[in-house]
Design a protein around this ligand. Structure first.
Ligand code: SF4
Length: 268
């Protein structure tokens, strides 16, 4: 059931995380949203979310769609596109993260949204999430095959949509071979790759990977604003840095802006 409950959006250095809300049914085994204490977005009408954002338009330059659910599940595609269309007229950048295989009509719709934003000093940026091959098959059993997601990266890029491979969260168990293959198969078919830490509930990571947190941190964009466990495998971090990956998604958005002749945003 759709909710009319108010949402306490977190505006952090020019960006705001927004979700279509509700519980995610994909069931990735490491996902922090399955923590009993996790606070996610209520499921709301896209128009209501857009109205909230308009009321706070001076507080952000980038809307990051994702966070606590998958945006492009079959029953959600229309409302996600409706939400994007509503935000697209605001002169703000939009990034979205997905693990789904996007159909040609969906990619066409995204290309139309992007085309409409070009005259408005803003960009639409796609982050296709691929954490590896065997690693994804093992821990994201209900998500599409990573090979199919690589094809989605190619198709988005071919349609001219700024697209990045989202290697987040970096799994402690992903192998150098998987990463090398992922980079090889997307080379020339995307604008770049983004890497980031695994943010998790302690019991989950210890059970799945036998790791403990490198650090604990408040995620400034999270609705609950409490400390999470953060693990960033130093072996992988140095591997990715040597391959020129982005560590912050807002830097990837700026790279996309510069690539089409727009000025970079200042994330202050
Ligand atoms: S698709 Fe995203 S939100 Fe859904 S279970 Fe997987 S990681 Fe969590």
């Amino acid at each position: 059931m759709l909710s009319e409950a108010p949402v306490r959006y977190q505006f952090d250095k020019g960006r705001v995380i927004v979700s279509t809300g509700g519980r995610c049914p994909v069931g990735c085994q490491y996902c922090y949203t399955y923590s009993p204490s996790f606070v996610g977005f209520p499921e709301r009408e896209p128009g209501q979310v857009v109205a909230d954002l308009r009321a706070n338009a001076g507080k952000f330059q980038l809307v990051q769609l994702g966070y606590d659910t998958e945006l492009f599940l079959p029953g959600k595609v229309d409302s996600t596109l409706q939400l994007m269309r509503g935000i697209a007229g605001m002169g703000k950048d939009i990034s979205f993260a997905t693990r789904m295989v996007l159909t040609p009509p969906t990619i066409d719709a995204l290309a139309d949204i992007y085309a409409g934003m070009r005259g408005n000093n803003s960009v639409l940026v796609a982050f296709e999430s691929i954490i590896g091959y065997e690693t994804a098959r093992k821990f994201e059993r209900n998500a599409p095959d990573p090979e199919e997601r690589v094809k989605t990266v190619h198709r988005l890029h071919e349609r001219g949509i700024p697209t990045f491979v989202y290697v987040r969260p970096l799994m402690p168990v992903v192998t150098d071979t998987e990463i090398a293959r992922l980079f090889a198969e997307t080379e020339g078919h995307c604008l770049g790759r983004i890497v980031g830490p695994m943010i998790y509930q302690r019991e989950i990571a210890e059970r799945l990977f036998g790791v403990t947190a490198d650090e604990r941190a408040v995620m400034p964009w999270a609705l609950d604003q409490r400390e999470w466990n953060v693990h960033l495998d130093k072996r992988i971090r140095s591997l990715m840095a040597s391959r020129g990956a982005f560590f912050r998604s807002q830097d990837a958005v700026n790279f996309a802006r510069l690539s089409i002749g727009l000025e970079a945003r200042v994330w202050a």
